[in-house]
Design a protein around this ligand. Sequence first.
Ligand code: ZN
Length: 207
Amino acid sequence: MPAANPNPDPAPPPRRDYAPAARRLVSTVLVFGLLATAAYWAWHQPFMVRARTLWELSRMPPPTELPVPVDGVAAERIADTFGAPRGADREHHGVDIFAPRGTAVTSATRGVVASIRETGLGGRQVWVVGPGNERHYYAHLDDWAPGLAEGDVVVPGGALGEIGDTGNARGTPPHLHYGIYGAGGPVDPLPRLQAYEGDEVEPAGDD
Ligand SMILES: [Zn+2]
């Protein structure tokens, strides 16, 4: 009668079953793949143009030259009034571009229309977020361009409105107040307008 083996073979270690882990890994990869595909698809849909444009603009440097945002006005005709006192406690944070009432006001940059409103000193105004996240302020408009809406993507030369005298410009010669606000506060637009060497901006359209 064989003696009981005092030292039986240890039970083999339980075989690890890797199948569930593998299945989890595969389904995780699939889910992330589908999400990435859906995100890529959505990012390139027309309804994402605004978000995509804002992203691209935020990665661009602020422009060093800009076209005059009023039809038919040369930069040499714009007075240097940035920083000039306005009353006892204000400074002029932009330039005034004079032109006949109704002259087209156009965007100096590519951008996204952030705000269209009528309020305070600026009267009828449009705010456009441009390259480098600078905010471009177009004020005293007689009227806004037909159909212009917040969230619209605009190109240089794109119509924003018409020269007027709304807000605190009421009763003065019609002009555009044009201001630029960067991360550090107001920026003088005039050196950029004077530096512009590009072609006269034509409204987008057929050739
Ligand atoms: Zn002004």
